[in-house]
Design a protein around this ligand. Sequence first.
Ligand code: FES
Length: 129
Amino acid sequence: MYSERVMDHFMNPRNMGEIPDADGVGEVGNPACGDIMRITLRIEENRIVDAKFKTFGCAAAIASSSMATELIKGKTIEEALAVTNRAVAEALEGLPPQKLHCSVLAEEGIQKAIEDYRARHGTPTANEG
Ligand code: FES
């Protein structure tokens, strides 16, 4: 039922773990299945220089977190916010329709971690400085 890419990221997850003293932390859960995902980010000069995840969830959720952290590393905050769950699923060569919601956790986790970063550091505005 899963693509080879999904199985690869499930069996050999990238970026698993937690960044100590992360600049942004996002924890999201899916009440329907009870799965939980925690994303931690290192952000320097508006760029995501490192991303890690801890996911207590299904194979699709683990593969999605692995792929999502790969996709956002090196991106600016704005670029990372534009990474949708569809983009994650596409990068995984597709997810079964009934498993698409699992990739939503990854999108939400990234957004929450960035929100947390912005709340802690203040969102820079155009007329600042
Ligand atoms: Fe819960 Fe996949 S079944 S995230």
